[in-house]
Design a protein around this ligand. Structure first.
Ligand SMILES: [Zn+2]
Length: 181
């Protein structure tokens, strides 16, 4: 007797699903489930891909000071003398892979972490050692580095949340609208 599974292959990465999984499994694991969910919601948020950053990564790895293990990027705010540094050490920030991190910059070594910034384009770059002490930026990068892709919400609004049949919530709706702006 054979049990018929509704899905034989992962609905995210298309790999064959392991027999050990629940009979109604649609994904290999949590990661594939998350990927599928994010893909579905891509209309709301730009989702740069790792391949967008091939040249960026190469540039930084080749030119970074040898003692540097972290880096941060600064975007010059147009029409002002201000720059917006990201990530900040003191604030919990969302990273490229979707995780939340506080207390360290983007990782450079031993594992390279792609940046998550809000604007595509030229950014200033700063390097830091393990203790968070800044290391002088190499001459090759004094004029900045090009960030090829950014996480930025599009103007298209996500569909309105379905009102719960139990809780009529005009105030909740208002809260969500304010949060979106
Ligand atoms: Zn999968």
């Amino acid at each position: 007797m054979s049990l018929r599974k509704p899905f034989t292959h992962c609905q995210s990465c298309a790999e064959k699903l392991s027999d050990d999984l629940r009979i109604d499994a649609r994904f290999c694991d949590k990661r594939c489930r998350k990927n599928a969910y994010e893909k579905k919601n891509r209309l709301v948020l730009n989702q740069p891909s790792r391949s967008d950053f091939a040249a960026f990564k190469k540039n930084i790895i080749e030119n970074a000071p040898t003692a540097a293990t972290q880096y941060a990027l600064a975007w010059p705010v147009p029409g002002s003398l201000l720059v917006h540094w990201t990530p900040l050490l003191t604030v919990r920030t969302k990273r490229f892979d979707g995780g939340l991190v506080v207390g360290r910059y983007f990782m450079l070594r031993p594992r390279f972490e792609l940046p998550r910034v809000a604007h595509t384009g030229l950014h200033a770059i700063a390097f830091y050692d393990d203790s968070g002490k800044e290391i002088e930026t190499p001459v090759a990068m004094l004029c900045g580095v090009w960030v090829p892709a950014a996480f930025r919400t599009r103007s298209k609004k996500p569909p309105a949340p379905k009102p719960s049949p139990v809780t009529p919530a005009p105030s909740m709706g208002l809260g969500i609208v304010m949060k979106l702006r």
